[in-house]
Design a protein around this ligand. Structure first.
Ligand code: ZN
Length: 254
């Protein structure tokens, strides 16, 4: 009896994605408060019209009981905490939410917990559901995700020479981790230009608490530069395997 209970564990998490497995099973990838990213099996979910099924769609925040066996943990009980129905009803917000969970999925490793990242993920989905300005929610998320992953970009001084950034157009380098002044532009051949208005908004998203950004309206011309820049910045880190500074340290040691 005692052995059985010790194999059970509880977790709360957000469903990042799922894949079908065999006739009736589904493998879920979740980001949990307790253990970071985990995979779990939901057995028989497609065969029986399980009440659990509706709770286990992507973005849903769930409380779970799981049983640890020889393979993946199996979900024995699932209860939705938030289902985000209003978010799902809006196509644009659904697309943004897919981007939000994909970044967490791609930047995180199995079973490396980060409670602040979990909180940012849940807060972002809640904000996205309630907002009329999804871009503001997303850019706050992107800048704070970079912080929590250890990639907070330096946006005030040139990352190469250390000079304070003056109000003219600059360059940005994800590889070096921040802004390069025009004199140091050649320090990273892959750096690309960033306009001063876009840089100012990046700083604003980086240092301003959410309570003060909530009502913000983002000028269309800034958004036209900011959206592709932040996506490109994050994609660059992922494509170059810079998933975490710790990971970089590990591979340069060997
Ligand atoms: Zn410089």
């Amino acid at each position: 009896m005692r052995g059985q209970t010790s194999r059970q564990f509880h977790a709360q998490g957000v469903v990042l994605r799922h894949s079908e497995y065999g006739e009736a099973d589904r493998i879920l990838t979740l980001y949990t408060l307790e253990q970071g990213k985990i995979q779990a099996a939901a057995k028989g979910i497609r065969k029986i019209k399980s009440r659990k099924a509706g709770h286990l769609e992507p973005f849903t925040q769930v409380a779970l009981y799981l049983a640890k066996g020889s393979g993946l943990p199996v979900i024995t009980q699932a209860e939705a905490i938030r289902t985000f129905d209003a978010l799902r009803a809006d196509l644009l917000k659904t697309a943004y939410a897919a981007y939000v969970v994909e970044l967490v999925d791609r930047f995180s490793y199995a079973e490396a917990e980060n409670p602040l990242l979990y909180k940012l993920l849940v807060d972002t989905l809640v904000r996205l559901e309630g907002t009329a300005e999804p871009a503001v929610v997303i850019h706050y998320y992107e800048m704070h995700l970079l912080d929590l992953l250890g990639f907070r970009p330096e946006l005030h001084n040139c990352i190469s020479c250390g000079e304070a950034i003056t109000p003219r157009d600059q360059f940005i380098s994800p590889l070096m981790g921040g802004v390069l002044c025009p004199n140091c532009r050649q320090a990273d051949a892959s750096a690309w230009p960033v306009s001063m208005p876009v840089l100012k908004y990046m700083r604003h998203f980086q240092r301003t608490p959410w309570s003060k950004l909530e009502k913000m309206k983002l000028p269309a011309e800034v958004e036209a530069g900011l959206k592709p820049l932040l996506e490109r910045y994050l994609t660059y880190l992922l494509e170059h395997g810079l998933k975490s500074p710790g990971f970089m340290r590990d591979i340069t040691k060997t």
